[in-house]
Write a protein that binds this ligand. Structure first.
Ligand code: S3P
Length: 450
């Protein structure tokens, strides 16, 4: 089943060259944070280029339930009239975050240090994901959590009346955990310190600074040490959301594997905490160039140009790069199937607790299409079959996971026989225009009768 309705089975068929310009939607991570930080400011935050995917819409709905005024002006223009740090009202109903781990985890952090009680739920995928990684550090502030076994949703959080600042070392590479602690620290007096051994996406730190909070980052032997001074008055901002590198990954990777393709994907943020996939593809020999490199809003940005690359080779992807491309391993495994030799991806056990167990979902689906995949708990290897060498013909289970669905649809565009997925419904959570955008480039994607 898709997140919000009946399943949408789809077929992807070997396509002619993909050509044209792919304007992918706004960045999902920055879109969630724009709405949440806007709601925690006093006054009007204006946001343009917001991703209008279901995940972000659910976060917008949640911010309204906490008392913020969230207005859609059309054409990607939104405004948020915030209630200020500590100003969240107790929601009248249950907060349903749908499919979104980022949404629920960041919102838990944002309400945890305000004395209100909130019950959270989500779809079948989200209700299966671990929340203890968030509620453990929130308990240090004084927040109580009552959930299902294994720390799963539905879960009720009782925000604390008199929070104390915390010092917390994040035990796994997770920007969601880091961000939840920082957002909770906003309403605690004094300094909240978060330490991460490996750098993860740094949008929360950057945006908090933009909204006027005092945030410092120090690089030490223990990793990145982030210090936030609590109880700031956040100042509303005007935010232009950059296009999402994680969504750009799909037209880029499709162009690399479909014969004769040449696709331009403009205005993609190349923040080093997000751009690991593109570095990896270039190391594999992909014809992927950065055009018109520039800085926008303090972030490196470029237009990506991807052309069919028949001579890509498998590589060992360094584990220390994992955090900067964690959402891109599914589509990388598809490219790896069309490369020569093995692609080994290590240090990726976080993939097992995403919207689905992404190692397992990709391994099973790739095998169903004639590709050999080995896996351990925290690594996997794809045995490449070279350009044009993937048989296809399989049906893939997508487990309510947008990136699994889009990855297998990319696989079918270059496989010898069509590839089917059981449900493309979840694609709307992050990339609602995926089908039209890919079809406009020349991709043969069809919805099957149910
Ligand atoms: C995100 C962090 C990552 C990523 C997710 C978005 C964020 O999750 O997979 O899609 O916006 O902070 P983890 O923090 O669980 O690695």
């Amino acid at each position: 089943m898709s997140s919000h309705g009946a399943p949408i089975p789809m077929t992807s068929t070997k396509s002619g060259p993909l050509h044209g310009v792919a304007n992918v939607p706004g960045d999902k991570s920055i879109s969630h944070r724009s709405l949440i930080l806007g709601a925690l400011s006093v006054g009007e935050t204006r946001v343009s280029g917001l991703l209008e995917g279901q995940d972000v819409l659910d976060t917008g709905k949640a911010m309204r339930a906490f008392g913020a005024d969230v207005i859609n002006h059309g054409g990607g223009e939104w405004s948020v009239h915030g209630v200020g740090v500590g100003g969240f009202a107790e929601p009248a109903g249950v907060i349903d975050c749908g499919n979104s781990g980022t949404g629920v985890r960041l919102i838990m952090g944002a309400m945890a240090t305000t004395p209100i009680t909130t019950t959270f739920t989500g779809d079948a995928s989200l209700n299966g994901r671990p929340m203890g990684r968030i509620t453990d550090p929130l308990a240090l502030f004084g927040t109580q959590a009552y959930g299902r076994s294994g720390g799963r949703l539905p879960m009720t959080l009782v925000g604390c009346e008199a929070p104390v600042p915390v010092r917390y070392t994040v035990p796994m590479p997770s920007a969601q955990v880091k961000s939840a602690v920082l957002l909770a620290g906003l309403n605690a007096p004094g300094q909240t310190v978060v330490i991460e051994a490996e750098a993860t996406r740094d949008h929360t730190e950057r945006m908090l600074t933009g909204f006027g909070a005092e945030v410092s980052v120090e690089h030490t032997g223990d990793g990145r040490v982030i210090t936030l001074t609590g109880q700031p008055e956040l100042v509303p901002q005007t935010i232009v959301v950059p296009r999402d590198p994680s969504s750009a990954a799909f037209p880029v990777c499709a162009a690399l594997i479909v014969e004769g393709s040449d696709v331009l994907v403009p205005n993609i943020g190349l923040n080093p905490t997000r751009a690991g996939l593109f570095t990896t593809l270039r190391e594999m020999g992909a014809d992927l160039t950065y055009e018109n490199e520039r800085e926008e809003g303090g972030e490196p940005v470029a237009d990506l140009r991807a052309r069919f690359s028949p001579d890509m080779v498998g590589i060992d992807v360094p584990p220390e790069r994992a955090a900067s491309m964690i959402d891109e391993y599914p589509v990388l495994s598809v490219v790896a199937a069309f490369a020569k030799g093995k692609t080994y991806m290590a240090g990726v056990k976080e993939l097992r607790v995403k919207e689905s167990d992404r190692i397992d979902a990709m391994a099973v689906g790739l095998r169903a299409n004639g590709v050999t995949v080995d896996e351990t708990e925290d690594s996997w290897t794809v045995h490449g079959l070279e350009a044009g060498g993937v048989p296809g013909g399989g049906t893939c289970a997508t487990h309510l996971d947008h990136r699994i669905a889009m990855s297998f649809l990319c696989l079918g565009l270059a496989s010898q026989t069509p590839v089917k997925i059981d449900d493309g419904g979840a694609i709307a959570t992050s990339f609602p225009i995926f089908e039209t955008l890919m079809s406009d480039l020349g991709a043969d994607l069809q919805r099957d009768p149910q």
